[in-house]
Design a protein around this ligand. Structure first.
Ligand SMILES: NC(=O)c1ccc[n+]([C@@H]2O[C@H](COP(=O)([O-])OP(=O)(O)OC[C@H]3O[C@@H](n4cnc5c(N)ncnc54)[C@H](OP(=O)(O)O)[C@@H]3O)[C@@H](O)[C@H]2O)c1
Length: 340
């Protein structure tokens, strides 16, 4: 054990400066080296293997709006990930076991034993534990099943439908017997939603008139609008929402790296339609019940009813450039991950 490990240094990506305004680029990230320290009480030291890339990290680089604490220059970029335990002072995880936890963009991380989940030895695909069987899948599940109370025969419109949460939400919608339409940013992703994931239809917001297509694909209106993007999509969702329709406000990614802020001028529709707009903040709302979602999602995966689309890039050094793809590259399908 130990002294060999300590001969290595850890590398980590930190925030170099807080982005001013809304633009962010590679200059906002800096690679630094630090000495490894052996953990003391009830901690595990892991060697990082796989990182989850999430839009919420971008929100942490802005002044806090209440949801997440803001980062300061020098802070390690936070991230959920999977690592192999190389030293432990906890009986929760043995050396050699794989664990999920808040490893950050770091080659090694010391984690509180309470913050880790041990990945079962029989796990078939490691990436499932950072996507469908993690916060991504649970957000889609609780948003649709518990908050929207989706029912067979209803209609569902999803924005950023080919993204991580959207692609799972749409598949859950199909499993529950809904008519599912997804909005995404290019034709290939739209075809993929229909041909690979079983969506009923897709709308390419870059190449098609979204409003016309909503009318065409959802002629009886929208019962549930699952919002990941914000901007004019939310306004349209409300315009075409049915009586007692539900809008699940999951994310507003169009705002995270852009100056535009979502504005609605049709709020009266909420009254006339007796509609509900319900936010979801997974860890606060359902942090104590995540296993309920994971059990169901795992069963659907095992039964072949649910696919887990992930796009994996390689290289710790590529974490910042891959992260920026969440906002600027419309070629990503499903969940974006980086492996070591
Ligand atoms: N509330 C919660 O507890 C919770 C938990 C997880 C995630 N979220 C939120 O849910 C949303 C989806 O998260 P995710 O992890 O699944 O990310 P994601 O959808 O995989 O994010 C990447 C995709 O977002 C789309 N996008 C990026 N910028 C856009 C813009 N300006 N306009 C329109 N589309 C844009 C792009 O797809 P296109 O090619 O289709 O444009 C891109 O491929 C995010 O807003 C996230 O913050 C919330």
């Amino acid at each position: 054990m130990s002294t060999d490990i300590l001969s290595n240094n850890a590398m980590k990506w930190v925030l170099s400066t807080i982005p001013v305004g809304d633009s962010i680029d590679l200059s906002h990230f800096e690679l630094v080296e630090e000495k490894l320290i052996l953990p003391q009480d009830d901690l595990v030291l892991v060697e990082s293997l796989l990182w989850s890339l999430d839009p919420s990290t971008r929100l942490m680089m802005k002044p806090s709006q209440g949801g997440f604490p803001g980062l300061s220059p020098g802070d390690t970029i936070p991230s959920l990930g999977i690592g192999r335990v190389i030293h432990t002072t906890s009986n929760k995880a043995a050396v050699g076991s794989l664990v999920r936890g808040p490893i950050g963009w770091s080659t090694h991380a010391t984690l509180d034993a309470n913050s880790i989940t041990v990945i079962p030895q029989e796990a078939k695909r490691l990436e499932d534990y950072l996507s469908v069987l993690s916060t991504t899948g649970a957000t889609a599940y609780f948003g649709l099943v518990e908050l929207a109370r989706a029912k067979k025969g209803e209609s569902l419109l999803i924005t950023a439908a080919a993204g991580a949460v959207g692609s799972i939400a749409g598949q859950i919608g199909k499993i529950l017997g809904l008519r599912v339409v997804g909005i995404t940013g290019n034709k290939e992703k739209g075809q993929w939603l229909v041909e690979e994931l079983g969506f009923d239809a897709s709308i390419n917001y870059r190449g098609e008139n979204v409003e016309e297509k909503i009318r065409m694909c959802l002629p009886d209106g929208i019962d549930i609008h699952f919002e990941n993007v914000g901007a004019h999509f939310l306004q349209l969702g409300l315009d075409y929402l049915n009586y007692q329709g539900r809008i699940i406000l999951c994310g507003l990614i169009s705002e995270y790296n852009q100056p535009q802020v979502t504005q609605l001028n049709n709020l009266s529709q909420i009254i006339f339609k007796s509609a509900i707009i319900r936010g979801i903040f997974l860890n606060k709302d359902f942090g104590h019940r995540l296993s309920d979602a994971y059990d169901k999602l795992e069963q659907w995966l095992d039964d072949g009813m649910l696919k887990n689309p992930v796009q994996q890039y390689s290289g710790f050094e590529n974490l910042p450039s891959t992260f920026l793809k969440l906002f600027s590259d419309n070629k990503s399908f499903g969940k974006l991950l980086v492996k070591v």
